[in-house]
Write a protein that binds this ligand. Structure first.
Ligand code: ADP
Ligand code: ASP
Ligand code: MG
Length: 410
């Protein structure tokens, strides 16, 4: 009997009516002869609401207690789905992360899954039940509830699919698949029928939030086949699978944008060995992940060093940069929260030249200034002013996807 994991995102379970719709979908999979494990997110907006409650009491709530609060959204959703299923004659049981249990490390609010005990799930499936697991949560070594970071239900679903050796992991969401750009911004974005793990990982880490990045890393590691599709519209979505030679024919698979970073510049740094080491070691020591780094050409023995960090860390990173600036005799520190990172992603860049030049030209034609550039084998990212983000995404989409005849998206 095939085993499938079906994950439903917040919008898909956003109301009682939608939960009924989800229950009917699950019933169809059961009637088709599948064993079904369901993973659900909290109802739309619920995680944000719970986070706001914690922030009303404290600007820096204790991470353990924050997890205790925000993990409850998923518990409500799984109970409701189970009730809805029983109403239509499908036997079901809901399980929280600790009931499964899904073991994680102790990093509250961004925990990583270490191991999943599948015994309880398998015995419930053997009893003919649909098992509904709370996404986004697990249990630490100390027996405390942890959460897996925003969008973490995707990772719960993929990790369960890997642990249960499921035939497929279906990710149901509010769009019909993974698109060549965020369909809410680019009207002409196209659905991508098949995408490689590597491309999806880049797109997810560069701002395409349709899948949490860790979930794709997990899928790549364990070879989990993912099908991203709509909860509301019956049609084939996007398959995320192992890369094939055929895929390299597509130079640019998609355009991503990310508004979650801030840029920090240390101004007039004495240009001598060891300065960058000092700055970035200080940031690393305090667990701040740095993304892009640019060091300008030196003028009369001085240079500027800019770097980007997640907005959540920006204030702290600025503080650290100020401390280091004082120590090394730099003039000062500037911070800009209104920047955007725009990226083009595609496996074909490995074998086709000219993408960078074309990208810079498109941005130049739109009068958009580039502050920093970073590349990998399959992506090019540019840092620009936030106010030009949508314009840049549309222009790049037009140049690389709409107006490129030899590039197919499938
Ligand atoms: P869920 O609640 O189902 O997990 P998310 O909101 O996390 O859904 O992810 C789906 C959203 O991702 C879409 O509504 C869409 O706006 C956004 N998105 C960003 N980039 C893309 C893309 N390239 N393809 C599809 N969706 C994207
Ligand atoms: N409910 C969590 C969030 O909003 C997890 C998820 O939806 O995947 O981030
Ligand atoms: Mg999501």
């Amino acid at each position: 009997m095939p085993l499938i994991v079906q994950k439903f995102g917040g919008t898909s379970v956003g109301s009682i009516e939608r939960i009924r719709n989800v229950a009917n979908k699950i019933k169809r999979a059961v009637d088709d002869g599948n064993k079904v494990v369901v993973v659900s997110s909290a109802m739309a907006g619920e995680t944000d609401r719970l986070l706001t409650l914690t922030r009303e009491l404290s600007s820096k709530p204790d991470p353990r207690e924050q997890d205790m609060v925000v993990s409850t959204g998923e518990q409500v959703a799984i109970g409701l789905i189970s009730i809805a299923l029983k109403e239509i004659g499908v036997d079901a049981v809901s399980l929280t992360g600790w009931q499964v249990p899904i073991h994680t490390d102790n990093a509250h609010t961004k925990a990583r899954i270490k191991r999943i005990d599948t015994g309880r799930i398998l015995s419930e499936l053997d009893r003919g039940k649909v098992v509904i697991v709370a996404g986004f949560q697990g249990v630490s070594d100390y027996g405390d509830i942890t959460t897996l970071g925003r969008g973490g239900s995707d990772t719960t679903a993929v990790a369960l699919a890997a642990a249960l050796n499921a035939d497929v992991c279906e990710i149901y969401t509010d769009v019909t698949g993974v698109f060549t750009a965020d369909p809410r911004i680019v009207e002409n974005a196209r659905k991508i029928p098949v995408i490689s793990y590597e491309e999806m990982m880049e797109m997810a880490s560069l701002g395409s939030k349709v899948m949490q990045i860790r979930s794709v890393e997990f899928a790549a590691k364990y070879g989990v086949r993912i099908h991203v599709k709509s909860s509301f519209i019956e049609e084939d979505g996007t398959w995320i699978v192992e890369e094939s030679e055929e895929m390299e024919k597509v130079v640019v698979r998609g355009i991503s944008h990310d508004l979650k970073e801030s840029r920090i510049t240390v101004v007039q740094v004495p240009d001598k060995p060891g300065i960058a080491a000092k700055l970035f070691k200080a940031l690393g020591d305090r667990n701040i992940v740095v993304d892009m780094i640019v060091q300008n050409v030196s003028h009369e023995g001085y240079t500027d060093i800019s770097f980007t960090v997640n907005k959540i860390d920006a204030e702290y990173a600025e503080e650290i940069a100020k401390e280091v600036a004082k120590e090394i005799g730099a003039k000062g520190v500037e911070r800009n929260d209104r920047i955007a990172k725009i990226s083009v992603v595609g496996l074909g860049m490995k074998t086709h030249a000219g993408t960078a030049g074309k990208m810079f030209e498109v941005l130049y034609r739109e009068g958009i200034n580039i502050y920093a550039i970073s590349t990998s084998e399959i992506k090019i990212s540019c840092l620009i002013d936030e106010k030009y983000a949508e314009l840049a995404v549309r222009a790049l989409h037009e140049a690389f996807i709409e107006n490129t005849e030899n590039i197919v998206t499938g």
